[in-house]
Ligand binder design. Sequence first.
Ligand code: F6R
Length: 366
Amino acid sequence: ELGPYSHFMQKEIHEQPRAIADTIEALIDDGVFSAELFGDKAADVLAGVEGIQILACGTSYYAGLTARYWIEEIAGLPCTVEIASEYRYRTAVANPKYLIVTISQSGETLDTMEALKYAKSLGHPHTLSICNVPESAIPRASELVYYTRAGAEIGVASTKAFTTQLVALFTLAVTLAKLHGRLDEATEAEHLDALRHLPGSVQHALNLEPQVKAWADRFAPKDHALFLGRGVHYPIAMEGALKLKEISYIHAEAYPAGELKHGPLALVDAQMPVVVIAPNDRLLEKVKSNMQEVRARGGELFVFTDEDSHFGPSEGVHVIRAPRHVGVLSPVVHTIPVQMLAYHVALARGTDVDKPRNLAKSVTVE
Ligand code: F6R
């Protein structure tokens, strides 16, 4: 079953070009973004909503945080994202014009299911589930469904489920933009083209594995690591930190790079590896000055960027570059190296990669 791979996690990381292609197959075949991708009744619902409330746990929550940037920027709709286990126990004020979007690989996560029920009880009539397991509890309880087609995910650490959730959520953002009159034909064609090229770009990122692996020995003896990103790449830094802590048991924290000087910079010294997600987007110059703050305190930088940033290695600064900047879908491509880093650090530390201690694949208890 594992083929040439040593673990399910490694296999599932490498399945991502295929999983993404499968998840967008219907869209690419149609050649247009259409509400039907989300179910028969979706056109009226999606055209009528005035905002989006996303509810999820763990890695799925980080997919939601990424989607917020796309939904607000591309569709111009307000979007809030909340951890399901928090939402379900607070007195939330419902706006019935907001679409509730739950994100769950398994479709069985208890807190996400209970958050969905709570949202409905507060008077939210419209619900959409982004899910990887057909006919599981959460999509069955939802009005609209988009199934990711990652295939069975066996490794406890979520990998291909996350990137396919991202493409489903990007598809949602563009579809909402279209239904709300905020998408011209040229931009629609551009977004479609970006998706069509995504499996290839993800494959290019996978080809960086030997370079990422070469970093693993430097992380293996560490007790702590920081992950930095800005904008749409901040949730990818969070996902990178979660992957590292759950399978290698190294304490890792993610910060928006602009927050460093408001506290976490006090942690930085020569012992602290700092991973930075720094693609060539409009925040790159800001991220570079944050990196200088780290270097000035002796922190060692491990930077994931792309060729377009023309950012090179220097003393204490290690750099791995994806072949090119892929624009709006860059967070998907930059997920790949942080997954591979966690995987190879875990191997170097000899942990049980596919079954990390204390964790279960599907969390059906509170
Ligand atoms: C982390 C991980 C978890 C899940 C979370 C939600 O690698 O897998 O954080 O993302 O338990 O699970 P689902 O998506 O099944 O609701």
